[in-house]
Ligand binder design. Structure first.
Ligand code: ZN
Ligand code: ZN
Length: 198
């Protein structure tokens, strides 16, 4: 793994700016990878990361770990928590790391006077000890075969909309195989049934 400062530079350029979330994300990822024994995460075939928020720190975690949604090595759970779980597929024990609620207040004590809030946090999050920034717990994660990287295990067509569904994400309702949006309702609302090629 590269040293912290280089990873932070990489994260800031990938994310588009340097922010407290980049510092937290880089540190969380370095800590998590280390705790599960993966010292060269980028390109590792053993690492899966579950992130629980779609905010700044998640980009930094992607930069440090090389885990990506499109590679199925990054899993996103919409919990709204600044937390991530690092899974080494060779081990039964994973580690979940969550940013401590009190780290924001503690940050004040670490920063030179006169910095604005964001600059103060940025400075402090580089200096504070891991234990002051994060709570860490060993966890076990059952990764289903249909969540692994690699070729899709299965692909079926939805009995209602006819669209293809990969990786066992279909729903069986009675005898009918449906996609999740047909079975449970979609996040979108179709405005016109006329197909348009753009
Ligand atoms: Zn940011
Ligand atoms: Zn459907």
């Amino acid at each position: 793994m590269k040293p912290f400062d280089e990873l932070l530079d990489d994260a800031a350029s990938a994310h588009g700016h340097l922010c407290p979330g980049q510092v937290l994300g880089v540190r969380m990822a370095m800590l998590g990878c280390g705790l599960v024994g993966i010292h060269e995460p980028v390109g590792s075939k053993k690492l899966l990361v579950y992130v629980e928020i779609d905010r700044c720190a998640t980009d930094a975690i992607q930069t440090v770990t090389g885990c990506r949604l499109g590679k199925r090595t990054l899993k996103y759970l919409d919990y709204g928590k600044l937390a991530a779980t690092f899974v080494n597929l060779d081990k039964t024990e994973a580690v979940r790391i969550v940013a401590r609620e009190d780290s924001r207040e503690r940050a004040c004590g670490y920063s030179p006077v006169g910095l604005d809030k964001k600059a103060a946090q940025l400075h402090a999050y580089k200096e504070m000890r891991d234990g002051e920034l994060f709570n860490t717990a060993p966890v076990s994660v059952e990764v289903p075969a249909s969540d692994f990287p690699g070729h899709p295990l299965r692909r079926v067509l939805c009995g209602q909309c006819g669209e293809g569904v990969n990786d066992g994400r279909e729903v069986l309702q009675g005898d009918e195989v449906l996609c999740r949006s047909c079975a449970n309702g979609a996040y979108y609302r179709v405005l016109s049934t006329v197909q348009r090629s753009i």
